[in-house]
Write a protein that binds this ligand. Structure first.
Ligand SMILES: [Zn+2]
Length: 170
């Protein structure tokens, strides 16, 4: 099973963005380092101005994702790569939908993306709750043998434990 270490600032970025769109889905790219079953998420990006937000779907702003990839490549001094994406499920469970599985499968097969095993974080949101709860964020990693997204263990890194610089994305 894959273990994902999550930078506290990346979690705050996800929670902040998720709280802005509690009735419709939102999301963004994830960046970090690691290989195969050990991944560390250092930064999470927002949806971008041209993203499409719907109650049951989210289409990222491709231009904003490309800009974020370039920004991380430069600011992170080439230490970090594109790991996958996060998105919200308003009123839903933080588990992958059929569409999420299909999107991950397409990412894994897209040679232009160069992401053999996409990491997908899903955050449940609830319109009646002002706060986005930490326990409602779950990680899923693409498993080639099973041809499916499978649950991953998500571990929060504390601020004091972080041994990489904060990488703040807009
Ligand atoms: Zn989803």
């Amino acid at each position: 099973m894959t273990t994902v270490w999550l930078d506290p600032n990346a979690r705050r970025q996800i929670a902040r963005e998720a709280a802005r769109f509690r009735l419709v889905e939102t999301g963004g790219p994830l960046f970090g380092f690691g290989e195969e079953e050990r991944l560390t998420v250092v930064a999470a990006g927002g949806p971008g101005p041209k993203a499409r937000h719907r109650p049951m779907s989210f289409v990222p702003d491709r231009g904003a994702v490309t800009e974020a990839i370039d920004f991380v490549w430069t600011e992170g001094e080439r230490r970090y790569r594109y790991l996958g994406s996060w998105h919200t499920h308003p009123r839903g469970r933080p588990t992958p939908s059929g569409r999420d599985r299909q999107t991950a499968r397409e990412m894994s097969e897209d040679e232009g993306v160069a992401l053999a095993r996409p990491l997908i974080l899903i955050q449940s949101t609830w319109p009646t709750r002002r706060l986005v709860r930490d326990i409602d964020l779950r990680a899923h990693h693409w498993d080639r043998a099973r041809d499916d997204l499978v649950p991953a263990t998500l571990i929060d890194v504390r601020d004091a434990e972080r041994d990489w610089p904060i990488l703040e994305l807009t």
